[in-house]
Design a protein around this ligand. Sequence first.
Ligand code: ATP
Length: 260
Amino acid sequence: MATQDPPPELKITDVTLRFGGVTALDGVSLAVAPGEVCGLIGPNGAGKTTLFNCVTRIYRPDAGSITFGGTDLLSVRPDRIVRLGIARTFQNLALFPSLTVLENTLVGAHARTPSGFAAAMLGWPTTRSKQRALTAEALEILDDLGLGGLAHQPAAGLPFGTLKRVELARALAARPRLLLLDEPAGGLTHAEVDELGELIVRLASERGLGALLVEHHMGLVMGISDHVVAMESGRRIADGRPEDVRADDRVISAYLGRAS
Ligand SMILES: Nc1ncnc2c1ncn2[C@@H]1O[C@H](COP(=O)(O)OP(=O)(O)OP(=O)(O)O)[C@@H](O)[C@H]1O
């Protein structure tokens, strides 16, 4: 058993969470392997954000387990999640407008070295060389995402699509092994969505990153996911290849039911 394929990096098993009388998650399971893009879809209120928030430890499930590379995430302090290699982006951008693109990216790097900021302020020499290394790494990430030319510009005033990319750069600066992307296509133009899709696929394959993508943009989810999990009313109703999930009767009726 132990000698089979390596276990999936993120494993969510039978997770249930109730808010008062509402069962927001009802025995949900899914797995995201390294280098794999997993799309999470479902109509409004299906439980996608709640599941996401269980992985990042904003919520604690009433039952079930969540492990990452074999570590029980539910027993890890929420502020340690990023140090385990899990980074996220937000539906509404969470950048500091007055900081430059580079400084915003460095915030991600400091998230994995918590004493970094305080020590840097005190000007410790070892910390200064560490700071230089983090800065060089952040600049590399910005170059890789086509943002190198904007490194020293304040985030304020940059176009929304660019800021979304900066947020991704900040997440990458934490050197994640798993990216949690919360509606990354929201507010982007058609061309920007295509570019974002290519970028996510490239990051997953080049860096071996797993990605869990909560997204309403079906073109993006179906275009880049290795597998898609569909939810309705807190339950997983399908998990499979994009073409199979798209054609699944329960998935079709879940969406049609809400649209009517
Ligand atoms: N903090 C909360 N307190 C009470 N109920 C909540 C809370 N958060 C979510 N819910 C309920 O849990 C259910 C799942 O909501 P959730 O936001 O996870 O759905 P979603 O699939 O992310 O929807 P959307 O696509 O609209 O973001 C809904 O019935 C919602 O009203």
